[in-house]
Design a protein around this ligand. Sequence first.
Ligand code: LRH
Ligand code: MN
Length: 425
Amino acid sequence: MIINPDQLNTNKNDISIHKNQFDHLASSLSKQGIEVDQIVAKLANFQVAIPSWALGAGGTRFGRFSYYGEPASLEQKLEDIGIIHALTKSAGAVSLHIPWDIPEDYKAIKELANSLDIKFDAVNSNTFQDQPNAKESYKFGSLSNTSKTVRDQAIAHNREVIDIGKELGSKSITVWLADGSSFPGQNNFQTALSHTQNSLKEIYNVLPDDWKLFIEYKPYEPYFYSTVIQDWGTSFLLANECGEKAYTLVDLGHHLPNTNIEQIVATLMWKGKLGGFHFNDSKYGDDDITVGSIKPYALFLIFNELVYGMNNNPQNPELSWMIDASHNLKDPLEDLIQSLEAIQVIYAKALLVDQHQLKEAQKNNDVTLCQEILQNAYLTDVRPLVKQARLQQHGAINPLKAYRSLLVREQLVKERGKHTVATGL
Ligand code: LRH
Ligand code: MN
């Protein structure tokens, strides 16, 4: 299923309502000296990669409830991302997970992605599951395993993932390790960490010059006592040991309750070691639910640090923006459209923060004014700016409304049937 721009925004009333709301907001922001066109341009350029593993119904250990019309191949996954991108104009990239999404025909896949204006962002390795007829098992770890044979198998897999990424035009690999322990005494922490460091270096050594290695951390799950790469500090030291092409990747769901993630972001950008994000939201653990659905203000504070960092930290490279989600209840495409909307809206609010005024108030320890500056931006309804950015790119003013009025899911079920299952989580 392909969506053409002329199928969108056919409701003249929606257009005029938007125009009124946008003109009203734009004039009040311009009166405050805010460059509205610049903000709209930044929103238009802000592209978030869609995880190839989150286009079907996700599951938990307690069960999985299928969602009809799921993509059964990488081609159909790209088609689904093409649908989201046609509606939102902010999903112009895909992040593949290997071996769940190994292309059968690289030429055809690249041509399809190109025709849908989708780029290949980071490729993800998988040493948290054993593949059929694999010689060694990752049950007791991969890059940290006490067995050199197992570590070598995991290193070889990561090198293969880089080769697949090179073939597709990707420029980065994300390494997340489930490696850890569920019982005190099970692992020697130092041995596990030094094995991991040396294994990462063997992967780093084959990284093309213009590539990046993203090291993703996580405090727990699937193991419940320790995780080798448990927090930002461990990822940061491993990235520094590897070299200048290695960075820390922040998955929002990979933090213990009440962790000050925005301070982690500021620290990593200050050191030029923030590589990118896996956006999602969570109430308790690594819930991987819709961005902005639980803690939107926390995400705003993170984007406020990102905007400051993007303005003041030339030492930190351009960031990779990716969603990492799993959908147990909602239509995966609707959920991803909502996440993209939340990211754009929160980014727009952060762009409204008067960073100079804030810096001045901070210097004067005017605590009340600091809070007022942030909350004024956060409490501004910026949705007309996000809609304007989409409209300028011939996207839908209301992507979710368009998704439903175009009966996309019904069409996908007609094309694919009710029993297709997408690879992934
Ligand atoms: C681990 C993680 C990682 C992916 C996986 C799908 O929890 O966030 O980024 O490999 O989810
Ligand atoms: Mn992740």
